[in-house]
Design a protein. Structure first.
Length: 98
């Protein structure tokens, strides 16, 4: 029986901008087969929206908590979100809104 597809929004705090974090997140998501996006927020955090099975999203969360070599992750918040079909088949790096 296949696992349900769900979506989560992750908000990553710490030294996560200017250290390749969004590219790290995209690489981790692509390795896991998760779709969605990563973008910088004006408050210094990185937002990652991800679509996949609960097990894959848990694995992605663990990767996001680790981060790339030069990042220093202090916190990963996450919450369930609806599946946005615009991101159902790819993982992108979104333009900053600010």
């Amino acid at each position: 029986m296949p696992e349900t597809t769900t979506a989560r929004l992750f908000l990553i705090s710490g030294m996560v901008q200017g250290v390749g974090y969004r590219f790290f997140a995209r690489g981790a998501a692509q390795r896991l087969g998760v779709s969605g996006y990563a973008k910088n927020l004006s408050d210094g955090r990185v937002e990652v929206y991800a679509i996949g099975s609960p097990a894959l999203l848990a694995a992605l969360r663990a990767e996001l908590a680790r981060g790339p070599r030069f990042a220093s992750v202090s916190n990963v918040e996450d919450e369930e979100r609806g599946v946005d079909s615009r991101y159902a088949d790819r993982f992108t790096i979104e333009r900053d809104d600010w």
